[in-house]
Design a protein around this ligand. Structure first.
Ligand code: HDE
Length: 711
């Protein structure tokens, strides 16, 4: 209840100018009612426009300044409001109130993003996804600015501009947009062995999610928890989607980019509008401070994860997104995250990537939002009242009262006072820090391949195949053979067969060379460090493969019903009711947008026509029962489109259910259907077709069919 109030409070602030009613008259920004919004002020009907037209000038000036600089990275985003509920107290580990009071609900705003592309780029780029959460806690805003992959490309912040310059469009011709498949990215990567683990993630299907609602979220960097007694634990943050972690096929991703470049944004929006609120289990991996050095990697190294077999994820809360933004710009665009927005009980580690991030985020808001007062923008406001002596600056909203803007003071009664720890005053962990002033990488960061191997070895066979094909796709776009060769050499440190298969397709030989990696300390034994014998403690980790994810629900899945006139109405309605009953969405696709008549005389309004959408926008297809309907679907003007639907869905291993009487279409579809006992293809002859259809949809895709079909 309290949470709703807080949430509403937040939204009320945003609502001020959103409603429309008859008494509301058009005004200038100064509140002057406007009498004519159609014509500018001119000297005569056909004369020049007058400079004194302050209404025109105000409107155009505002328009001219409507854009703000897009984010340097993570420019394309989709956001939503929600709530975080704590189900199990973490009081033994942290004093952060939102993590200690069981049952407590904290309002949140979550912004998902791609990294490389511009604001208008496609959602389905092969890329990392941002997963940034602002918790509006009563102790102030806490930002967890994470990604959908648990590791990162680089170990030290000083390499970030290099990484981003390499992946962004090349500077001479601004090509390619939102894609890593080009010379400069792979040139950089092939010289950066530390990025190999992340490259395995990026080339996996995790980089092309089915939905933002079906991605994991990770804090990536290690943080610290501090409890009331001052005891410290290292912590890694995890969000696990209740719908499971699912992806599309690369071929599908490319098609979606054309058919619906806003696919993820739309999917999130529609799910929330329909009340299918996305949910994640929130969990933590906790390591007592004294166990910091018990791992075969460094906890401060952001290119490493902690295998869940070594430290299980304890699930303690639920994150739910339950409200779409009212206004994209005001909320999703203007939200300003910062890993340095902390609350008492959470602190940083010395991870050198995190340390650099702490500088970057405020700096970027200054240039993006244009003022140190960005915390006053409604979406960024803390629900805890802000009191301090900071004053003025561009676009200041707060009207600070009184004479004093300094502390200590006596004139203002001494206010505002600093808070003692017992009153929730933030204190940093008191940690002994001593060391030489050095500019170098720790030896404990040098092993770059063990976890890349762990990831690769943990993948299912279809996942390995997708990863291999992704590397082939990307590296085939690299025009410089030496770069391709360097990459094949890098892959050989991960898996010989993978390296060989990729090398064969990209026309190079596998030469296993130790790269002149500048991050490896000069005195390190590179041979030993890069040797294949250096194996990780954990050999295979189930949590790293999407094959082991949740596959027991069709909730919020989109099923396309392909329907012609004369379709069997009762069969259609029965299946539709069943699917919708389990939380799926059914959309009717017909030869045109004209209403379709079913055999019982009722009329259906199609949402799409065969030419306005493609099967890549659906999770499964039902070809409506009925010979007459099928006849229409195979008419010359429809046949090609109907076949395209079926054959593409087949290619992407989706469930297709052919209703009774659809043989004419079935028989001319991809001939491979008949060669196999195909679990993804369901016909009316199946034992229990509806049940089998539902279970195939819940399984997401029958990926292993790809291997069978191609064998
Ligand atoms: Fe960011 N990052 N980042 N980053 N990052 C930004 O801040 C930066 C890194 C992440 O939806 C920028 O407000 C540096 C890791 C997300 O608004 C900028 C380094 C992770 C978002 C910035 C990193 C992230 C950003 C651009 C290396 C995963 C989008 C706009 C030291 C844990 C947040 C902005 C949103 C955004 C800097 C590395 C996640 C420029 C210097 C690692 C999800 O400040």
């Amino acid at each position: 209840m309290k949470n709703n109030l807080q949430n509403n409070k937040k939204l009320d602030q945003l609502d001020a100018h959103s409603t429309s009613n008859e008494n509301e008259k058009l005004t200038t920004n100064q509140g002057l009612k406007i009498n004519n919004n159609q014509d500018s002020l001119k000297a005569g009907d056909r004369g020049p426009t007058l400079l004194e037209d302050f209404i025109l000038r105000e409107k155009i000036t505002h328009f001219d300044h409507e854009r703000i600089p897009e984010r340097v990275v993570h420019a394309r985003g989709s956001g939503a409001h929600g709530v975080f509920k704590l189900n199990k107290s973490l009081a033994a580990y942290t004093k952060a109130k939102f993590l200690t009071e069981t049952g407590k609900e904290t309002p949140v705003f979550l912004r998902f993003s791609t990294v490389a592309g511009s604001k208008g780029s496609t959602d389905l780029a092969r890329d990392v996804r941002g997963f940034a959460i602002k918790f509006y806690t009563e102790e102030g805003n806490y930002d967890l600015v994470g990604n959908n992959m648990p590791v990162f490309f680089i170990q030290d912040a000083i390499k970030f501009p290099d990484l981003i310059h390499a992946v962004k469009p090349e500077p001479d011709n601004e090509i390619p947009q939102a894609a890593s498949a080009h010379d400069t990215f792979w040139d950089f990567i092939s010289l950066m062995p530390e990025s190999m683990h992340m490259i395995m993630w990026l080339m996996s299907d995790r980089a092309i999610p089915r939905s933002l609602r079906m991605m994991e979220g990770f804090g990536v960097n290690s943080f610290k928890f501090i409890n009331e007694e001052g005891k410290v634990h290292f912590v890694k943050f995890h969000f696990k989607p209740k719908l499971g972690v699912h992806s599309v096929a690369w071929d599908e991703a490319q098609r979606i980019s054309g058919v619906d470049p806003d696919f993820h944004k739309r999917d999130l929006w529609e799910a929330i509008e329909k009340g299918a609120f996305p949910e994640w289990d929130f969990g933590v991996q906790l390591i007592p401070e004294e166990d910091e050095h018990k791992f075969d990697f460094d906890l401060l190294d952001p290119s490493k994860l902690i295998p869940e077999e070594e430290v299980p994820v304890q699930i303690v809360g639920t994150l739910t997104l339950n409200k779409n933004p009212e206004n994209f710009f005001a909320e999703t665009e203007q939200v300003a995250f910062h890993p340095g927005h902390l609350v008492p009980g959470i602190d940083f580690t010395n991870d050198p990537l995190l340390q650099g991030r702490l500088f970057s985020y405020t700096d970027t808001q200054l240039s993006r939002l244009g003022s140190p007062n960005f915390h006053e923008i409604p979406i960024n406001r803390s629900i805890n009242t802000v009191h301090n002596n900071q004053r003025d600056g561009h676009m200041r909203q707060q009207i600070a009262k009184g004479k004093t803007s300094y502390e200590p003071n006596s004139i203002g009664g001494g206010c505002p006072f600093q808070a003692m720890m017992s009153e929730g005053g933030f204190t940093s962990q008191e940690e002994r820090v001593s060391g030489e002033k050095v500019r170098r990488r720790s030896q404990s960061f040098v092993d770059h391949y063990s976890q890349a191997k762990l990831f690769y070895n943990s993948q299912s066979e279809p996942e390995k195949l997708h990863l291999q094909n992704a590397l082939i796709f990307e590296l085939s776009k690299v025009t410089i053979p030496e770069i391709r060769e360097r990459m094949a050499g890098q892959l050989a440190f991960i898996d010989d067969l993978l390296a060989q298969k990729v090398a064969d397709k990209i026309g190079v030989k596998v030469k296993k060379l130790n790269q002149p990696n500048q991050s490896i300390p000069a005195d390190a034994n590179v041979e030993e460090l890069q040797s294949k014998e250096r194996e990780p403690k954990t050999k295979v980790s189930e949590a790293l493969s999407m094959a082991n994810t949740i596959k027991n629900t069709i909730k919020s899945r989109k099923i396309g019903f392909i329907v012609g006139n004369g379709a069997n109405g009762s069969a259609l309605n029965e299946l539709k009711t069943k699917l919708e009953g389990e939380g799926a969405t059914v959309e009717i696709i017909a030869p045109s947008l004209a209403p379709v008549k079913t055999d019982d005389g009722s009329s259906l309004t199609p949402k799409h026509s065969l030419t306005s959408i493609a099967s890549v926008c659906f999770d499964a297809l039902y070809i409506s029962a009925g010979e007459e309907s099928t006849k229409e679907l195979v008419e010359p003007q429809n046949k090609h489109h109907a076949l395209n639907f079926v054959n593409e869905a087949y290619k992407h291993c989706k469930a297709i259910y052919f209703g009774a009487g659809t043989e004419e279409l079935y028989n001319i579809s991809n001939p491979a259907f008949r060669k196999h006992e195909d679990r993804a293809i369901i016909t009316s002859e199946n034992k229990n077709p509806e049940k089998e259809f539902i279970s195939a949809i819940a399984g997401h895709r029958v990926w292993d069919l790809e291997l069978e079909r191609n064998s």
